[in-house]
Ligand binder design. Structure first.
Ligand code: ADP
Length: 160
């Protein structure tokens, strides 16, 4: 049986923290589907297609990873993809409230869906896409936090 995991998020844009979680999840699953959410409460900096393309570029050396976009309920998307496992990253205690609510809701919607929380490497625990966007916007060096293609894309966004 192929174990398929879904790693959902906004990835606006993908950071070294996300990459770390994807690579760790490959130890648990045979295949990881990175699911880029269409629905966002705020307008994203990167369009859906850009977020997907950046993830594909960053993860191109991982043949067991597939990047897809999704709209609607994660539980349904997971079922359609044949996944029983949702991967989420946990950084600080502050993530826990929202993440546990979401995990319980997803299991309510599909009792066979389990959420697995992974902790990133210590030096990536403080990283978030929003912080990376803010540093890039203020012309700071985001080199340590994102893949070079993402750095280039951020520069292009804020130069415009
Ligand atoms: P969302 O809007 O769904 O939170 P994000 O793209 O911000 O989307 O994050 C997707 C997932 O990746 C979440 O589970 C989040 O906790 C996790 N994540 C984000 N940054 C990091 C990081 N630096 N280390 C570990 N997990 C992270």
């Amino acid at each position: 049986m192929t174990r398929i995991a879904i790693y959902p998020g906004s990835f606006d844009p993908v950071t070294r923290g996300h990459e770390d979680i994807v690579r760790r999840s490959l130890h648990l699953a045979d295949k990881v589907v990175v699911a880029v959410a269409v629905n966002l409460e705020k307008a994203p900096l990167f369009a859906l297609e850009e977020r997907v393309a950046l993830l594909q570029e960053v993860l191109r050396d991982e043949p067991r990873v597939e990047v897809r976009s999704f709209d609607g309920l994660l539980a349904e998307f997971a079922r359609d993809a044949g996944a029983r496992m949702v991967i989420r990253g946990l950084r600080a205690v502050s993530d826990f409230d929202y993440e546990s609510q979401m995990a319980l809701m997803n299991r309510e919607l599909d009792p066979e869906l389990e959420t697995v929380f992974l902790v990133p490497a210590l030096h990536l625990t403080y990283l978030s896409s929003s912080l990376v966007r803010e540093v890039a916007r203020l012309d700071g060096d985001v080199g340590p936090f994102v893949h070079p293609v993402v750095e280039k894309a951020l520069k292009a966004k804020y130069a415009a």
